[in-house]
Design a protein around this ligand. Structure first.
Ligand SMILES: [Zn+2]
Length: 279
């Protein structure tokens, strides 16, 4: 499942591609009937909170997208004078810039195809506020208030590993950032939230702010610290370590050499190192 950095990156890119002009919106698959409401409308900008993406249109309307487990955007580029190719397969929503003169684009432009989302709907700005209101603070939102997350965590008997994944507690953190942030903090994922100290929570929050911003900039999750990334090759090379515990069960911990473990918590896989994560 995409994590918050993916949605924030998409918001940034879609703003870059489409903001400041009208867009053509269609539903080749036919399941997004409301596309007609925004087709031809002025695209103002895109935002993201947690795992939700919003395309904001003039007139106070927004397209709300949640990718769920399987959804993704295909991004394409059309050269000057060319038509966008016909959609292939099940495209819920296609969006592309409109150039003066309609039809064929008179300049190079991007278009994107949305496939397999859990949600793709037109809502108004009150609806956007409602979605935002249901979510905990998002580490990628510069105005986020971590106190809101702390007030829930510090009163909960649930394990911190479960709380970090709960979108009502913290928005945008998924399985990878959850596992990696807990490892970097040395925190036992099964420790109840109520037993955490404020300084421990603050350290995790600050770490997520930093790690997820790297994710937005690069499009990938890299959590390895320089001492554990040996060699001179740039660390994003395919042969370089990128993370500590996620999907490394059975492999040696990069720090202590113990086996990375895998278990299930709230029906999701959880990866951790029992030797490093004892706090
Ligand atoms: Zn370890």
């Amino acid at each position: 499942m995409p994590e918050g950095h993916t949605l924030h990156r998409l918001a940034r890119l879609h703003t870059e591609y489409f903001a400041g002009g009208p867009v053509r919106v269609s539903s080749p698959q036919g399941r997004f009937v409301d596309h007609v409401v925004v087709d031809g409308r002025f695209f103002d900008h895109a935002t993201a909170v947690g795992k939700h993406l919003f395309h904001h249109y003039e007139g106070g309307l927004a397209v709300h997208v949640h990718l769920g487990l399987y959804g993704f955007f295909d991004t394409h580029f059309v050269s000057r004078g060319d038509e966008a190719p016909a959609p292939v397969g099940q495209v819920r929503m296609r969006i592309g810039a409109v150039r003066p003169g309609g039809g064929a684009l008179d300049g190079p432009a991007h278009y994107v195809d949305l496939r397999g989302p859990t949600r793709c709907e037109v809502i108004d700005e009150a609806g956007v506020a409602e979605v935002r209101g249901r979510l905990g603070p998002d580490p990628l939102d510069p105005d986020a208030d971590p106190d809101r997350a702390w007030s829930r965590i510090s009163r909960s008997a649930r394990p911190i590993g479960a709380l970090l994944m709960d979108q009502k507690v913290l928005a945008g953190v998924g399985n990878v950032y959850r596992a990696e942030a807990l490892f970097r903090a040395g925190l036992d994922p099964f420790r109840p939230g109520v037993e955490l100290e404020r300084a421990e929570f603050d350290a995790v929050w600050d770490d997520l702010v930093e790690l997820m911003a790297v994710g937005v900039d690069t499009g990938g999750i890299v959590t390895i610290r320089p001492p554990h990334d040996h060699g001179d090759v740039p660390r994003r090379g395919s042969d370089r370590p990128r993370n500590y515990v996620y999907q490394r069960d059975g492999w040696a911990c990069r720090v202590c050499g113990d086996d990375i473990r895998l278990t299930t918590l709230d029906a999701r896989t959880l990866f951790w190192c029992p030797t490093c994560q004892t706090r």
